[in-house]
Design a protein around this ligand. Structure first.
Ligand SMILES: [Zn+2]
Ligand SMILES: [Zn+2]
Length: 324
């Protein structure tokens, strides 16, 4: 008897800093960050890099006969590579689309001002608020959790101490990190005993980021920034100065967090735009020596999480599907 997946995860954009194209990046992809987690048909989208453009086309296509359809977008932070796809996310122009947007409260600006910075004339012909979809803007700062009903898309923020009352709800926890310029939010998505942690645009600390280790502890999947090789980070390469302090991690830093937090599977993410497929292959090999169950995130990769046997951790329950 085939079992229904309780969560699906798909990578739509895995490249950091700026999009790239061409023969040298065909296997891993060149779009900037966008990750989709599908729960009971409800898409939770993490970041709106250029990867969100294709996702938008798919959502629009699969919902074209629906009188209403929904999604939520969570922004890790507001650097250009995490927002530049939003104006081209076609569902926002559809009057039947209902969207929850969660923005990190990393400055004194209102949510309306923040979103206007991404999409307003003269940088884009149409202001975000003029688009036809129904939108709810929420500001979050790392002290709340977000509770979402996957059936109707209703979202509310809550104290993280209100446990045991979230049955049948998606819980999204937040961790504010200062290990990136202007700060960033890490997310932990929990549903029906499964959990995925999205931790991009962070730089490791000596002996590992202890808050992140606790935040990610026991997660089924950890998606972690791994932009640089150790040599590049330290400035030991013939080309390129040190990238220390840029706010991004090495493969070694990502593996250390995965190992200490005892996660089920690690995905290396936010690849340097100058790295070709062969370099990313090499980085994966290096990572394998440090954390056995590691993969390099690539565009189109989809995973399904199953809840068989009632076990909590799912190292063997993560089924890797071929890239599409
Ligand atoms: Zn980035
Ligand atoms: Zn950034």
């Amino acid at each position: 008897m085939s079992e229904k997946a309780i969560m699906k995860l798909k990578f739509w954009g895995v490249r950091g800093s700026h999009p790239v194209s061409g023969d040298r990046v065909t296997r891993y992809g060149g779009n900037t960050p966008c990750v989709e987690i599908l729960v009971e048909g409800y898409p939770l989208i993490f970041d709106a890099g250029t990867g969100i453009i294709k996702l938008g086309q798919e959502i629009a296509q699969s919902s074209k006969d629906d009188s209403s359809f929904r999604a939520a977008i969570f922004f890790s932070h507001l650097h250009h590579d995490h927002t530049q796809g939003l104006p081209f996310f076609s569902p926002i122009f559809d009057p039947n689309f209902m969207l929850n947007i969660f923005l990190p409260n990393l400055s004194s600006q209102s949510p309306e001002e923040i979103i206007s910075n991404i999409m307003t004339p003269p940088v884009f012909p149409v202001a975000f608020q003029q688009t036809l979809s129904t939108k709810a803007l929420h500001c979050i700062d790392g002290t709340q959790i977000v509770i979402i009903d996957p059936v109707n898309g209703h979202a509310e923020t809550s104290s993280p101490f209100r446990e045991n009352s979230f049955q049948d709800k998606i819980v999204v926890r937040t961790l504010r990190s200062f290990a990136h310029p202007q700060g960033v939010l890490n997310y932990r998505i929990e549903w029906s005993g499964k959990s995925i942690v999205y931790a991009t645009d962070i730089e490791g600390y000596v002996n590992g980021d202890r808050k992140l280790v606790n935040f990610a502890r026991g997660a089924d999947i950890l998606i972690h920034d791994a932009q640089y090789t150790d040599e590049h980070y330290l400035g030991l390469r013939e080309v390129g100065n040190t990238t220390q302090g840029y706010g991004h991690s090495t493969v070694t830093m990502a593996c250390q967090i995965a190992s200490e937090a005892q996660v089920g599977q690690l995905f290396l993410f936010h690849h340097d735009p100058n790295y070709d497929d062969a370099t990313l292959d090499q980085m994966r090999k290096l990572a394998k020596r440090q954390f056995q169950n590691v993969e390099t995130a690539r565009e189109g990769l989809m995973l399904r999480l199953y809840n068989n046997a009632g076990t909590h951790l799912s190292r063997r329950q993560v089924i890797q599907a071929p890239a599409v």
